[in-house]
Structures are given as structure tokens and as C-alpha cells.
Design a protein around this ligand. Structure first.
Ligand SMILES: [Zn+2]
Length: 344
């Protein structure tokens, strides 16, 4: 009896200390860095999506330069279509699974061994989801939701990784300390949030890809181009590869990824151009990867062009078109296509 009494007092004291530590938000950068290093060494985690490419990172600068103005983004956003399976990143216990304003369905998993919790936001409220209990690494916990049910413009996961367990943080009150906090006033690092992809690996490939979704140099669209200035790669490549490097390898330094602006200059001779460059009809199947006004990606989707010879399928939502849908500009996820290159 006496033993349990002491244990109980010890537990309460520990809980109070932990709560006190968190409410003060004493996550100094050194402590976070050390914990991050340790996590990287022992990491038994995987990404929550099969194709995880966080386009919106955790804000690390102060003041932030996010689309949400003054606020810092406390997690990473990776875009994928609604219905994409979401998995537990590691062994743990579901400490929350429910509907939350701003999130749609939200799942939180405590990982006691690593002393972190993972947060999965914008899951589908209407599809199946795991409600409680233990989970194994890679176990299905739910699906990405449709924008309408998740308060998003495009389906994506808002994926956070935070020091401690869910119970270490308040469920209400001080907004940015809450265990559900998606955006914060202070640097997320000071509140215990990690940059997940820096701990879960594949960081290099993600950085490479990041570099290529940023805006390219200004595309000059006044120059006059000829069909002979364009080339199509012989191989098919995944959008996540380094397209410029591939172009240099297949052709030479004088070529770069073609842009919609380059093709627009050919509007009068588009059919002649398509025939001579070898851009055949059969719509989405023979699409070519390009950029649009310097950007390769639109909300997680890679730009491409398709030749429809004026008969565009009903379901195809084009961003733009030349000569009444002879050639259309589209965007989609996970493409494996030939690349259109142009002389610099
Ligand atoms: Zn987010």
C-alpha cells in the first residue's frame, strides 16, 4: 500500500513537472536538436503516405513568410488525391481520433519509446478510419479526405511530429501550445515541433525535388522558336526525378525543360510543330512533362501537355489550350512521362 502511495505521488510530481515544462514552452533549440539527432539514429519511422513529398515545410524562419501571413506552419503538407491511404509512421498508441474544426478528421499517435507524437490532419470523415488502440508501423489509420470535408483547397496531409506525448500539452487554452496546433505564433521548434522529413530520412531526394518545384528563371516568351528547337526525351521519367539533369544527359547543356510560354509562341503552327517534333495524339497517355510560367508544380500536381486534336475528353480540366484544344495544358500527380526540352 505504502509503495503505491509513493509511486502515485511520484507520478503526479512527474506529470506536474512535465506540464509545467511544456506550458512554459521550454524547448530550446539545443534540446530539440539533440532529440532530433537521437531520433534520426534510432528512427523506426516511415512516412505516412506512400509518395510523401512535403511541399509546404515547417516554418523555420522568424518572422515567417507563409501564405498565412504572421503565422508559422507547425507541420509538413504533402498533396495527394482524396482516398489516398494514410499509415501510422511507427509503433504507438492512438491517443486521439476524431473530428476537429479546421482538420476534418484528426488522428494523433503517441510513440512512447521515441517520446514523440505524430499528428495526421485533413483525413476523411466519411471513409473508414481507426478510432483507438495500438498501431504498428505502416498500419492503415485512415484516408485523405475530399477538400469539402477537410477545410482544404486541395486534398493533402498536414503531418506533424512533436516532442513528448499528447497528454503533455493542453487540449484547450493557449492556442499555440495545444496538441492540435496547426499554425503557431512562435517558431514551431520552440514549441516542440520537429521537421518530420529531416528525421524520417530520404531528406536528400526531397530537397532535390523541392529545388525543382520552385520557380525557374524567368521564361522569355518573346523569342521566336522553331520546331527544330524542341526535343522529346526517348525515355519516360518520373516527375520527382531531376528533369534538368535528365535533359542534359539525353541532349546537352544547351537544352532545358520546355515551358508553356515556349509552346504558346507557336500557336499558329501548332499542328506542324507537333508532327515534326514527334508529339503524337492519344491524349493523356502520351503527355509530355513541361513547366508553366516557370513553375513545374501546381498544388502538388506536375504540369504536362496533351495532344487532343481538338477533341478533349469531358473529364479533362485544362489550365490552358492552344488552337481550340489541339494541345492542352493539364496537371496531375505521380506522372511517368517523356519530357519536352527546348533550346536555351
Ligand atoms: Zn498544413
Amino acid at each position: 500500500m505504502h509503495f503505491y502511495k509513493i509511486l502515485f505521488i511520484t507520478l503526479i510530481a512527474t506529470a506536474l513537472l512535465t506540464l509545467d515544462g511544456c506550458s512554459q514552452s521550454n524547448f530550446d533549440s539545443d534540446e530539440m536538436k539533440k532529440h532530433a539527432e537521437r531520433l534520426k539514429e534510432i528512427s523506426s519511422f516511415q512516412y505516412p503516405l506512400e509518395n510523401y513529398f512535403p511541399e509546404t515545410p515547417v516554418t523555420d524562419e522568424d518572422p515567417p513568410t507563409t501564405e498565412r501571413g504572421e503565422l508559422h506552419h507547425a507541420a509538413e503538407d504533402s498533396y495527394a488525391s482524396a482516398g489516398t491511404p494514410v499509415c501510422a509512421i511507427g509503433d504507438g498508441i492512438i491517443s486521439y481520433s476524431g473530428k476537429r474544426p479546421g482538420y476534418g478528421w484528426l488522428v494523433i499517435i503517441d510513440h512512447p519509446v521515441e517520446n514523440v507524437y505524430s499528428l495526421y490532419g485533413h483525413l476523411s470523415t466519411s471513409r473508414w478510419k481507426k478510432g483507438s488502440g495500438k498501431v504498428k508501423k505502416g498500419e492503415l489509420i485512415g484516408y485523405l479526405g475530399d477538400p469539402g470535408e477537410c477545410y482544404t483547397m486541395r486534398s493533402h496531409i498536414h503531418f506533424g511530429l512533436r516532442m513528448g506525448q499528447r497528454a503533455d500539452y493542453p487540449s484547450w487554452g493557449w492556442e499555440e501550445a495545444r496538441w492540435t496546433a496547426g499554425y503557431t505564433n512562435s517558431r514551431p521548434e520552440l514549441l516542440g515541433w520537429f521537421c518530420p522529413s529531416q528525421i524520417i530520412g530520404q531528406t536528400d531526394s526531397i530537397r532535390t525535388w523541392h529545388k525543382y518545384i520552385q520557380k525557374r528563371e524567368v521564361i522569355v516568351n518573346e523569342r521566336s522558336l522553331h520546331a527544330s528547337d524542341f526535343k522529346i526525351t526517348s525515355g519516360r521519367y518520373n516527375e520527382k526525378e531531376d528533369l534538368d539533369q535528365i535533359i542534359r544527359k539525353e541532349f546537352c547543356e544547351d537544352y532545358r525543360l520546355a515551358d508553356w510560354n515556349d509552346i504558346s509562341t507557336l500557336s499558329k503552327n501548332i499542328e506542324e510543330w507537333a508532327d515534326s517534333v514527334g508529339f503524337v495524339e492519344s491524349g493523356e497517355e502520351n503527355a509530355l512533362l513541361i513547366s508553366n510560367d516557370g513553375y513545374r508544380i501546381w498544388l502538388g500536381r506536375q504540369y504536362f501537355i496533351s495532344r487532343f486534336n481538338h477533341s478533349k475528353p469531358e473529364h479533362f480540366l485544362e489550365h490552358n489550350s492552344i488552337d481550340s484544344n489541339f494541345v492542352c495544358l493539364g496537371s496531375w500527380y505521380g506522372l511517368n512521362k517523356h519530357i519536352l526540352a527546348v533550346k536555351k
